[in-house]
Design a protein. Structure first.
Length: 315
């Protein structure tokens, strides 16, 4: 496996956070307010975090202050600096961060204080184009304008990994960077030829795009899919079922990573155990990706050490 992926510097402003949102106030004092960093408002992390907020605040004395961010890469930096108590990240980015590898900006900068809580659901790689784009496979993206996701996001990391394995290097396409909603608008307006989105299907921005524009999802299958999974072992086979999006009637083979909840070792054991217990004892109250989120599978694909509080619940 090619564990060490050397690329140009592409992560800007890794430490910033996005707009504050869903910020509840428990009235119990700052010690009971927990910062929870999610992702962009058009992805899956943000609405799912809102559901976790409701559950945790119903079941515990804690208040979750959910913030929209650039997602995985930004979030591991926030956890490392202890600017957030919890965050949603991709399992590949968790591995990179803790081991100080995989991404140039993380190379040699191991974030050893980050701990795992639970894995949640597959985050499916979507490669979106207009239906009449003539792009039938990843090889057709050479020379194209491609939105690879927010700068510093796990989506961007995954897109660059996949394109590299497909033989499309950094100088072989015009890279654009924006959140999922903007990327969908760019596809609709013809401002980019294709866009990568990573999230549990159905992704809201892709759903909205498909209702206004005939789209295609570029398949990742066969030998190329095998090569992608060989180059990066955190990828797994996945399929977007036909009918998930308007006009995309056939199953689309692709790959996925795993979404997970992470924390850091500065959060006390009781807090992590209470939050974990609240979520996984009440999964029947989760609507987003509810078919995947379950205590029995919550350690599948966990790439880093568990926080002691999570271990107290799951073990």
């Amino acid at each position: 496996m090619n564990q060490n992926i050397n690329r140009r510097t592409f992560i800007a402003g890794i430490g910033g956070t996005g707009i504050a949102a869903l910020a509840g106030c428990s009235g119990e004092g700052d010690e009971d307010q927990l910062a929870w960093h999610s992702g962009g408002t058009d992805g899956t992390y943000y609405p799912l975090s809102g559901e976790f907020k409701t559950i945790v605040e119903d079941q515990t004395d804690y208040s979750l202050q959910v913030q929209s961010t650039g997602a995985s890469v930004e979030n591991v930096s926030s956890l490392n600096r202890e600017d957030a108590e919890f965050a949603l990240i991709q399992n590949d980015i968790a591995y990179f961060a803790v081991n100080g590898t995989g991404i140039e900006e993380l190379e040699g900068n191991a974030m050893e204080n980050i701990r795992g809580v639970a894995t949640l659901y597959p985050e499916t790689i979507h490669v979106i184009t207009q239906a009449d784009s003539g792009i039938d496979g990843l090889e057709d993206l050479e020379g194209a304008s491609i939105n690879t996701g927010d700068t510093g996001s796990g989506t961007q990391v995954n897109a660059l990994q996949i394109l590299e394995t497909a033989g499309i290097g950094e100088d072989d396409f015009d890279e654009q960077n924006a959140d999922f909603g903007t990327a969908a608008d760019q596809v609709q307006d013809g401002d980019v030829d294709a866009a990568f989105t990573v999230g549990g299907w159905p992704v809201g921005s892709v759903e909205n795009l498909a209702t206004n524009q005939d789209i295609e999802l570029v398949e990742i299958s066969g030998d190329l899919r095998e090569d992608i999974m060989a180059d990066a072992e955190w990828f797994a086979e996945d399929t977007i079922p036909g009918g998930t999006y308007d006009g995309v009637d056939d199953d689309v083979d692709t790959v996925s990573v795993q979404a997970m909840i992470a924390t850091h070792d500065g959060v006390d054991e009781e807090t992590v155990e209470e939050v974990t217990t609240a979520i996984f004892d009440n999964t029947d109250e989760i609507g987003t990706k509810s078919e995947f989120i379950d205590a029995d599978s919550a350690q599948d694909g966990m790439p880093i050490d568990l926080h002691a509080g999570a271990g107290a619940y799951f073990n």
